[in-house]
Design a binder for this molecule. Structure first.
Ligand SMILES: Cc1cc2nc3c(=O)[nH]c(=O)nc-3n(C[C@H](O)[C@H](O)[C@H](O)COP(=O)(O)OP(=O)(O)OC[C@H]3O[C@@H](n4cnc5c(N)ncnc54)[C@H](O)[C@@H]3O)c2cc1C
Length: 379
């Protein structure tokens, strides 16, 4: 991939920079989760009004038809402006692109607009207490009932369910066929009495994710995505978009965190220490490798039209590097980083989940081994 920006790309970047210059996201609310979410939602609304909510979406669906390099520029500039990831990130990066591949024209028309504006927030109901890495083992059942479906089961780790209107729900519709074949992908309206959301408290003190109890929820037939029994394939589209789409933002965020750590180390006069300089230098090299690998992932999308398993590599590298970075941060900043409620204390604790969320490192290594390198399956 050629990393020199074309005239069009430079113009895109300048226009975006100007927009961010005029639309300061304001200070990040640090100690109030609801206020933090409202801040992200408000910023998404401003992005939407400026036509920037999802530049990578086709123009016909409200995007800008941005090229892959332009979407990379978008995330770079978002990070540069210290702007938050839009509140409806799961709808914008996962749900929307999944509908573009598998949805009917009617479904796209109904759902894409409110995803963009942030009017309807989406969450992802895949994982269950006994089905995480082995997602196809999930037990949530959907049974036909007249012209719709009745769903019963439990999901867990459902991020943002407390704010969501729609849930990308994977459920079993046929228990008599091999496990991958009996699944269907639904959009479930969260706004019904049969859906109960119970927040789970994380090590950071926040509750980003939840348990989701579904006790006879109704789903209309026109909320089946990609056909009955085809849920596994549709879910893979969502998961590949999750890893590839977030990769860019995450590497930009990591770079920002590293720059801040270098500034903090400099302010404490620590950069003259060879060991410190060496550790920060090693992190710098990893951050650069990550950036270039994220660009390489874009080339794959350009070639094949959809993100491929290479996204797993970036997710794996990012999560391990981020954990090393916050650990170095804690060591350099000492007790300052170990106090609850501080920025570095938060980063240290939040990073523990990085090697689990969006696919554990072990699972990502299996994907890279089998589907990128073509090595034989372990079993
Ligand atoms: C912050 C955060 C947000 C999340 N948000 C969502 C969300 O919005 N929606 C959603 O559906 N899920 C979400 N998840 C869940 C996430 O996808 C799962 O945690 C993940 O898939 C792992 O599943 P599990 O927790 O059941 O662990 P398990 O699958 O039980 O794994 C336990 C351990 O065994 C290892 N292991 C399992 N199978 C293998 C194998 N075949 N080979 C080698 N090692 C293996 C794993 O790597 C792991 O170390 C979130 C998780 C986190 C941490």
């Amino acid at each position: 991939m050629d990393l020199t920006f074309s005239e069009r790309e430079t113009a895109f970047r300048d226009e975006l920079r100007e927009w961010f210059g005029a639309n300061d996201p304001g200070p990040e609310p640090l100690h109030d989760e609801r206020a933090h979410y409202a801040w992200r939602r408000d910023f998404q609304r401003r992005l939407y009004e400026g036509g920037w909510a999802a530049p990578h979406w086709p123009v016909e669906y409200g995007g800008r038809g941005a090229t892959l390099t332009e979407s990379a520029i978008f995330f770079e500039e978002l990070g540069r402006a210290r702007a938050p990831l839009p509140a409806n990130v799961l709808g914008l990066l996962l749900g929307g692109p999944t509908l573009m591949v598998w949805g009917t024209e009617g479904q796209r028309e109904r759902f894409l607009g409110p995803i963009l504006s942030g009017e309807e927030i989406w969450c992802q109901g895949f994982s269950e207490p006994e089905a995480g890495s082995d997602l196809a083992a999930l037990k949530t059942r959907a049974e036909r009932d007249g012209d719709g479906w009745v769903v019963t089961g439990q999901k867990v780790w459902t991020s943002g369910a407390q704010y969501a209107k729609w849930c990308m729900l994977l459920a079993r519709t046929d228990a008599d066929v091999p496990k991958h074949k009996g699944l269907t992908y639904f959009l479930m309206d969260m706004d019904q009495p049969a859906v109960h959301v119970r927040p789970l408290r994380q090590i950071t003190g926040e509750s980003e994710f939840n348990e989701l109890f579904v006790e006879g929820a109704r789903i209309a037939d026109d909320c089946v995505i990609g056909g009955v029994g085809n849920g596994w394939k549709v879910a893979l589209t969502t998961l590949m978009n999750e890893r590839a789409g977030l990769a860019f933002f995450l590497q930009v965020r990591l770079r920002r965190l590293l720059d801040d750590l270098i500034d903090e180390a400099a302010a404490r006069g620590l950069l003259d220490d060879d060991v410190v300089a060496d550790r920060l230098g090693a992190l710098h090299v990893k951050a650069e490798i990550l950036r270039l690998t994220a660009y390489r992932g874009l080339t794959a999308i350009e070639k094949y039209g959809q993100p491929g398993p290479e996204g797993s590599l970036t997710k794996w590298m990012w999560s391990e590097t981020n954990q090393q970075l916050v650990q170095v941060g804690a060591e350099l900043l000492g007790s300052d980083a170990l106090v609850a409620g501080t920025r570095w204390g938060y980063e240290l604790l939040r990073a523990r989940g990085n090697t689990l969320e969006g696919g554990t490192t072990e699972i990502l290594k299996n994907i890279v081994a089998e589907r990128v390198l073509g090595l034989p399956r372990a079993h």
